[in-house]
Design a protein around this ligand. Structure first.
Ligand SMILES: C[S@@+](CC[C@H](N)C(=O)[O-])C[C@H]1O[C@@H](n2cnc3c(N)ncnc32)[C@H](O)[C@@H]1O
Length: 324
């Protein structure tokens, strides 16, 4: 990583590894594929992060509500497995809301939230630091889809990766395995991973969660184009696209797309990209697992599931993994 800009505010240290995601080439490559696609990280400018927080409060969006309940109901059991006095790193920490549930039982030596959305990360870290003045916070703005993202300048001690929100499910299984390999660098031979994983369930529940009645998920999906307009000097007109989300049972994943409503073309970083009517941009996948299929996947990256916590309706799961 390049030398970061560093800022200190009370108990919060903020490292900004700019440039974070100004990779116009990466954006353009996605639009040159037969199935146009965007990495879901492009949802998350500041506005996208605010919209995601709104999604987490929607009645249809069960993952946040159920995961929070699992963490609350099992906070002591989780601490018994993960141990106290650890250095907790949370990749894709967003608002850092969920870690609050565990802070009293885990009593970490330090918390390292890391996220691509730098302004939102800084705001969230300062808010958390004010509410937990005893907590040593080392916030890191970086892109975990790029090499070398594991922060280096963090306190010594036993390490715990906290990876809630089923963000793991947004990765293709092969990328998820690669991500677990990277976590081993941070774990440095010991410690573990506390991870939230969304489970298979009736399609109607899944489809409702990604097609909320208020249309917030649609706004969130479309906002990726606003972000691309800024990052890659593009001229997307959002009115030319519609949100489309559905469960793909063959791939066992929710897919989010933006569907072009007419034939038109867009300029991206000086290149002209054409869209046919009904042609889509695949903006996100959200893979669903069973406890067994997840255990099998992580085993191939050298991790063992030590314990799993699941809600009564078996909608969502939280797992504690250790290196095998
Ligand atoms: C689904 S949200 C989860 C937020 C929070 N952890 C939770 O459980 O509610 C995904 C988070 O990961 C961040 N993110 C997505 N892709 C990223 C990347 N490539 N590098 C760093 N952060 C990323 C987003 O900014 C967002 O805050």
């Amino acid at each position: 990583m390049s030398e970061p800009a560093i800022m200190e505010i009370d108990n919060v240290n903020f490292e900004n590894h700019q440039p974070v995601y100004n990779d116009k080439k990466e954006i353009l490559e996605g639009f040159l594929r037969p199935q146009k696609m965007l990495n879901p990280k492009f949802f998350y400018d500041h506005h996208g992060s605010v919209l995601f927080e709104k999604i987490t409060q929607l009645p249809e969006y069960y993952p946040t509500r159920i995961e929070r309940k699992i963490l609350k109901d099992n906070a002591q059991s989780i601490a018994d497995h993960c141990g106290t006095e650890t250095i907790i790193m949370e990749p894709g920490s967003g608002s850092s809301e969920k870690v609050r549930i565990l802070l009293d039982s885990l009593r970490p030596r330090a918390y390292v939230p890391m996220d691509i959305a730098g302004d939102f990360l800084l705001e969230s870290a300062i808010k958390l630091g004010g509410q937990f003045p005893w907590l040593d916070i080392h916030a890191v703005c970086a892109d975990f889809s790029q090499p070398g993202w594991i922060p280096e300048k963090i306190p010594e001690g036993k390490r715990l990766v906290f990876y809630p929100g089923s963000t793991f499910g947004n990765m293709q299984p092969e990328d998820a395995l690669d991500f677990l390999e990277k976590l081993k660098i941070f774990l440095n031979g010991s410690g573990g991973v506390l991870i939230g994983i969304d489970l298979h369930k009736p399609e109607a529940l899944l489809n409702a969660a990604y097609n909320d009645r208020e249309g917030i998920t649609a706004q969130f999906n479309l906002n990726a184009l606003n972000n691309i307009n800024q990052l890659a000097e593009a001229d997307f007109d959002l009115a030319n696209f519609e949100h489309h989300a559905f469960y793909n049972s063959n791939e066992q994943r929710i897919e989010m797309h933006l569907v072009s409503q007419r034939d038109h073309s867009v300029s991206i970083d000086g290149e002209t990209i054409t869209f046919g009517k009904n042609e889509s941009i695949h903006t996100e996948s959200s893979y669903k697992y069973t406890v067994d299929s997840f255990s099998t996947l992580v085993a191939s990256a050298g991790f063992r599931v030590v314990n799993s916590w699941v809600d009564e309706e078996v909608l969502f799961s939280v797992h504690y993994l250790e290196l095998d």
